[in-house]
Design a protein around this ligand. Sequence first.
Ligand SMILES: NC(=O)c1ccc[n+]([C@@H]2O[C@H](COP(=O)([O-])OP(=O)(O)OC[C@H]3O[C@@H](n4cnc5c(N)ncnc54)[C@H](O)[C@@H]3O)[C@@H](O)[C@H]2O)c1
Ligand SMILES: [Zn+2]
Length: 376
Amino acid sequence: MAKHALVTGAAGLIGSHLVDLLVREGWQVRAFDNLEQQTHRRGKPAWINTSAEFIEGDMRNRDAMTASLDGIDVVFHQAAYGGYMPEIAKYVHVNSFGTAQMLEVIREKKLPIKKVVVASSQAVYSEGAAECPEHGLVFPSVRSIEQLRRGDWEVHCPICGAIAKSVPTPENAPVGGETVYGLTKVDQERLVLLWGKQIGIPTVALRYSCTYGPRQSIFNPYTGVIAIFCTRLLNNLPPVLYEDGEQTRDFSFVEDIAHANLLAAETDKLDGLPVNIGSACGTPIREIAERLADILKINIAPEMNGEFRPGEMRHLTSGTTLARSAGYKPTVDLGEGISRYIHWIKKQSDIRDYFSEAEEVLRQKGIVHRVETSNR
Ligand SMILES: NC(=O)c1ccc[n+]([C@@H]2O[C@H](COP(=O)([O-])OP(=O)(O)OC[C@H]3O[C@@H](n4cnc5c(N)ncnc54)[C@H](O)[C@@H]3O)[C@@H](O)[C@H]2O)c1
Ligand SMILES: [Zn+2]
């Protein structure tokens, strides 16, 4: 018998690819999304799989949530308000409250859900794990705003202060959440994992690394560095690098992330756990900007204004031993993934720059800061 899936956030980047994969695998899929305006400025995207049942609904609406959970075996909870947005209450309302309410509905109605897989994030960490020449593996805390104001971008050993080298971050690294978004991702994964243990329903929290690929919103100036840099370049504007551009991130192609969800649903090896999903490779953000300009053949160098975002990690590479031991194997490397993304974005019409305006708001609200001028 076909399994029934509810995919929340199903119109988005990861949700929509997951819907496609589940449909291909013979699942009956219900796709739930409120078509968040910031992400879907032109309404319902054409890519929503027509074999899925689409429900336009909001995570915050109890009745819509209750109706969407009817007859479901597995919930893939992808909906979230994400990125470096200036709001505070909305993150908590959509991500924390929305998740809590969904879990409450399942418990109150005694719904026969067999598993809940929740999209967590590498944003739950405070800073990537590092290696000190003297003290070995260390878990540095977030860099202080005073340090960043001085233009000292490096991560230092918490014991001796030496510059520490980035290494893959394992799941047992301290979890903090140094942005409002990060805090609400911690809420989501803790709520789901704890609830699952209490009620006896298997749950998995997948801590995705930076995910990119076709369908990443070209409208949202707050999410997805590859999408943001591409839309800048296609408008003949320079990508903006924070700090010195040498911070590194682990990038995952969206189809690999969809496969991680299917794996989490099908294996019991990850039940009850937070699990890093990434490529286990770090790439400097400057290199991303340069590679994109190169492939697009747009000769514009990235811009650096001595700005930084407090709470941002310097380096984060996902330690993926656990996921790999359960069978996770990413198949699309950064080169191929970027080519596929660019092939897609070039076919999109009317690509505008929403970043310049957004950046001004972020400066005004203290989300983007500048180093003290004497250090520049
Ligand atoms: N893309 C990444 O780099 C990344 C990294 C780590 C974790 N994640 C997590 O993965 C999940 C999916 O992210 P994505 O990259 O596909 O983002 P996305 O913005 O493309 O998709 C999210 C979808 O959720 C929907 N949504 C937002 N608020 C909603 C609400 N109140 N009710 C119903 N639907 C709502 C949006 O309309 C959107 O279609 C999110 O939980 C995100 O936090 C993403
Ligand atoms: Zn040390």
